[in-house]
Design a protein around this ligand. Structure first.
Ligand SMILES: *Cc1c(COP(=O)(O)O)cnc(C)c1O
Length: 468
């Protein structure tokens, strides 16, 4: 399987190269050259398999010959061994034909672990083979960073730098990034918001001399291997609820558009998904795009679902590529317009296609809090604010009640205890493995929102000063 850039002007890469590269050299994102198809029988055969075995069957066609079947099986096995639930991503019923897909049983209590633990094992296996060394740089709105640090801590061929917006992540999120003691993982607090952090990471990738000098690799949600890992749980959940014999709908708390795009990938591969609901908080660029075709940035409004507080959804570019018949230059022109003029308008054809595959809903802060309280009252369950945005969207875009509606539970409530307690009166406790998190010593590097300063920090930390 070969991978091509959404902007059409970067070389084709293998799965392994696309995973290690992250952002393409023309500024685009890598996507498979063709979409593999899983036939109805192959989907039906996923019933009753372990999560790991189902993952192997979904992922295999995308990996090509990068890893042999037994090697891939072992990698997947190591990735999910540390999850706190035997089903890895279990379903829980919250209402009549309404389900939560619990994606928060990994080591950092958010769904990012599902992809990051796998990518950590894939990269380790790949580097062990080639003897190469890599520097991983990523931006986080909170959950990606800790998931990356957790996935790579202690691996000797990898240095990790995670940029987070100072003061804009929860205390639990921050401590999960700043307390791991291993010297190869570092948290950098930058002045600015998540979009600033993400933009600086993109700048580092676009500085090709720097990129080559430090052996830069990205594991942000633009990394294809992460999107792919997330397609798996759409299959396992849908099959558990009757697919491929009946369709299933999903409501997905959305920020960077990686998770919900993974749902689109599952659908594109043949999984019968009826509704795919993009759930946004008050940072609602995607909801507005579906409403009138105008994709326009607005300032970031901090919310109680901070992992979704972004104004540009990076992975939306992958969908644009499909909406525009895989025409790289058309995508490049739209992305230039977004950068230079703050927005673009979809063609009518592209908007029709977008609406054919997706629904959307926006939850205000009040609606988010009401959804936390509502689920607690009705089902006795305590959900996180991101999941609550998904619950709200599932309610207002429910569709046929005969079709199961699955809300992706993207984080454990204990990552956001203040917002949850305010909404429903219950203060969720951290699971035992993280009980002493608040007492562990922190280690953080502070930096301005400035490319040169950040590059100097990375070079210094990996001992490259002389080379620059
Ligand atoms: C990252 C994150 C999201 C948003 O997912 P995207 O793939 O960026 O759309 C939602 N909820 C939580 C808890 C997250 O950490």
């Amino acid at each position: 399987m070969q991978y091509i850039s959404t902007r059409g002007a970067a070389p084709k890469l293998s799965f392994e190269e696309a995973m290690l590269t992250g952002l393409a050299r023309d500024g685009g994102l890598y996507v498979p050259e063709v979409w593999p198809h899983l036939y109805r029988e192959a989907i039906a055969d996923l019933a009753g398999l372990s999560y790991e075995e189902a993952a192997l069957r979904v992922i295999r066609p995308f990996v090509g010959d990068a890893f042999g079947e037994d090697e891939l099986r072992a990698i997947i096995g190591r990735a999910y061994a540390g999850f706190g639930h035997v089903a890895r991503t279990p379903l829980a019923q919250v209402g009549p034909n309404e389900w939560l897909l619990e994606l928060h049983h990994g080591p950092t209590l958010a769904f990012k672990d599902v992809a990051m633990q796998l990518i950590g094992q894939l990269i380790q296996a790949s580097l062990r083979r080639s003897g190469r060394r890599l520097t991983i740089v990523g931006a986080t709105s909170g959950d990606t960073g800790s998931a990356a640090i957790e996935a790579f801590r202690g691996l000797d061929a990898v240095d990790v730098f995670i940029l987070y917006p100072e003061g804009r992540v929860s205390e639990v999120q921050r401590r999960q990034m700043t307390t791991p003691p291993e010297a190869n993982v570092r948290a950098i607090a930058i002045e600015g918001d998540f979009d600033d952090a993400q933009a600086r990471v993109k700048d580092m990738f676009n500085d090709h001399a720097f990129r080559d000098a430090v052996g830069l690799a990205g594991v942000n949600s633009i990394n294809w291997a992460r999107v792919l890992a997330q397609a798996v749980y759409y299959f396992t959940a849908a099959v558990a609820l009757g697919a491929p014999h009946r369709p299933v709908s999903f409501a997905v708390p959305t920020g960077n558009f990686g998770d919900v795009f993974a749902g689109w990938v599952a659908k594109r591969m043949g999984l019968p998904i009826e509704r795919l609901v993009i759930a946004t908080n008050q940072n609602d660029i995607l909801h507005r795009t579906l409403a009138d075709g105008r994709h326009e940035k607005a300032g970031v409004l901090p919310s109680i679902s901070p992992s979704m507080d972004i104004q540009v959804s990076s992975n939306f570019e992958r969908l644009l590529f499909e909406l525009y018949d895989r025409e790289g230059p058309a995508v490049a022109a739209l992305m230039d317009e977004l950068r230079d003029r703050g927005g673009f308008t979809l063609s009518q054809g592209a908007l029709d296609r977008l609406r054919a595959d997706f629904d959307s809903a926006r939850a205000s802060e009040e609606e988010t809090a009401a959804a936390i309280a509502g689920v607690h009252e009705a089902a006795g369950m305590v959900i996180c604010p991101h999941t609550a945005v998904g619950m709200h969207a599932a309610c207002v875009r429910r569709g046929d009640p005969k079709t199961p509606m699955v809300v992706l539970a993207t984080a454990h409530a204990a990552k956001f205890p203040d917002a949850v307690e305010t909404a429903c009166g219950v203060r969720p406790a951290l699971p035992p493995a993280l009980a002493d998190l608040m007492e562990r010593p922190e280690r953080v590097i502070r930096a301005p929102n400035d490319l040169a300063a950040l590059q100097a920090i990375v070079a210094r930390e990996i001992g490259l000063e002389a080379a620059r």
